[in-house]
Design a protein around this ligand. Structure first.
Ligand code: KG4
Ligand code: ZN
Length: 378
């Protein structure tokens, strides 16, 4: 049953109940091409989940079209929320808060999610939580595996490739980042060059399963160098050069699989090498022994295995969330909301969606400085 604005007495009763059994938060995710809602309880139970993937809407264009994404979120979000709430067997009055991704992401979609969450919060007198999408990924290991702080995080998604020391909620220190492409972007571009279409990551992984990873010698940029930064553009260019040297016409199945496998294994070597340096720094500086991998690319089985081996060789444990919680989802948003609510944090209803929203303070400061220079203020 869905509670209505008039159910104030019922709301008060249910609040008392949920205070006993643990906080319950509705999470909303609309920052890219998944329209998702989930209901999560503070004891880490996911009570309800619904996700609409907009793949077929964007596939004809070979990538996510922001305007189409925003409209699709608008069309499908109410239904996803209704389904997640029904699966949980709860009404809005049973909630302790409403969380939505407040950025970073495609602004049209973020606005849809944030406005919806604010409306529910206002109508039901609930706290509103604007969640940083990257923090959602970063804290997933606490939802799935109860990971304790501090841990080292490898965040690998369509727009990000970073190594961060996670010290607590809202407390991130960056150890390394990509100097060019994000790793998910490299998967997506490689898929496009191979004619594997969109979305690229899962398609490359599937093709790589039946390929020979030793057939094409590909570079491993940054490997063996000190530091924890990444680079993928040289790898992407090398894939393109190999493809250009192939006989004209469609790429045969064997070559396609071998190229995908050679690319994937190179990415694995790069991630493992950078993580080894980061683990050394992390152990010395923070004393933690856990490496967490998060973000869409963390769904890749080969990379999970490779990172597991790297972690073991450094005497660290790897936590890799289940595949469906690596790619974009609303359970991670609800969970990040719970984490903030437990600390007494919530956001005002005039929160403005943020297309860019770095996790670490250094990145924010660096960007503010470069913007000031562009504006002629500095
Ligand atoms: O976290 P995510 O779902 O969305 C962003 O916040 O960016 O990550 C999407 C990225 C895409 O680049 C996609 O190709 C990649 O994650 N990805 C994968 C796999 N599944 C998704 N990359 C490699 N292997 C996969 N199985
Ligand atoms: Zn994401």
């Amino acid at each position: 049953m869905l509670a209505t604005v008039g159910d104030r007495g019922y709301l008060a009763d249910m609040r008392t109940q949920s205070a006993k059994s643990g906080m319950i938060v509705l999470g909303i995710e609309t920052s890219c091409d998944e329209t998702a809602a989930a209901v999560v309880r503070a004891d880490r139970a996911v009570l309800g989940e619904a996700l609409f993937s907009q793949l077929s809407e964007h596939r004809p264009y070979g990538g996510v079209v922001p305007e189409i994404a925003a409209r699709a979120h608008l069309v499908h979000l109410d239904d996803m929320i209704r389904r997640a709430m029904q699966q949980a067997g709860l009404g809005f009055a049973d909630l302790d808060g409403v969380a939505a991704t407040g950025g970073p992401g495609l602004i049209g979609g973020v606005i849809v999610g944030v406005m919806t969450a604010k409306a529910i919060a206002l109508a039901h007198d609930l706290p509103f939580l604007a969640v940083n999408h990257l923090e959602g990924h970063a804290l997933t290991a606490r939802l799935t595996d109860d990971a304790s702080f501090p841990y080292l995080l490898l965040l690998v998604s369509g727009g990000h490739c970073q190594l961060l020391a996670v010290e607590g909620i809202g407390r991130y220190r960056r150890l390394g980042t990509t100097i060019d492409d994000a790793v998910g972007e490299a998967f997506d571009k490689t898929a496009k060059m191979l004619g594997l279409g969109y979305p690229g990551g899962p398609a490359v992984e599937k093709a790589a399963d039946r390929g020979d990873p030793a057939r094409f010698p590909l570079p491993r940029p940054m490997v063996g160098r000190p530091g924890c930064d990444f680079s993928f553009s040289g790898l992407k260019t090398a894939v393109r050069r190999h493809i250009e040297r192939l006989p004209p016409g469609p790429i045969d199945d064997r070559t396609l699989a071998d190229m995908a496998a050679s690319f994937q294994v190179a990415v694995g070597d790069i991630l493992a090498d950078r993580c080894l340096n980061a683990m050394e720094r992390f152990r010395a500086g923070w004393g933690g022994a856990t490496l967490v991998v998060a973000g869409g690319v963390a769904a890749n089985r080969h990379l999970r295995q490779r990172l597991g081996e790297a972690a073991a060789s450094a005497g660290m444990e790897l936590i890799a969330p289940p595949l469906r919680l690596c790619t974009d989802n609303a359970a991670m948003v609800a969970w990040a909301g719970i984490e903030r609510l437990r600390l007494g944090l919530s956001d005002a209803l005039d929160f403005a969606p943020r297309p860019r929203w770095p996790l670490d303070p250094e990145a924010g400061a660096a960007r503010a400085q470069s913007l000031a220079m562009v504006d002629g203020v500095a």
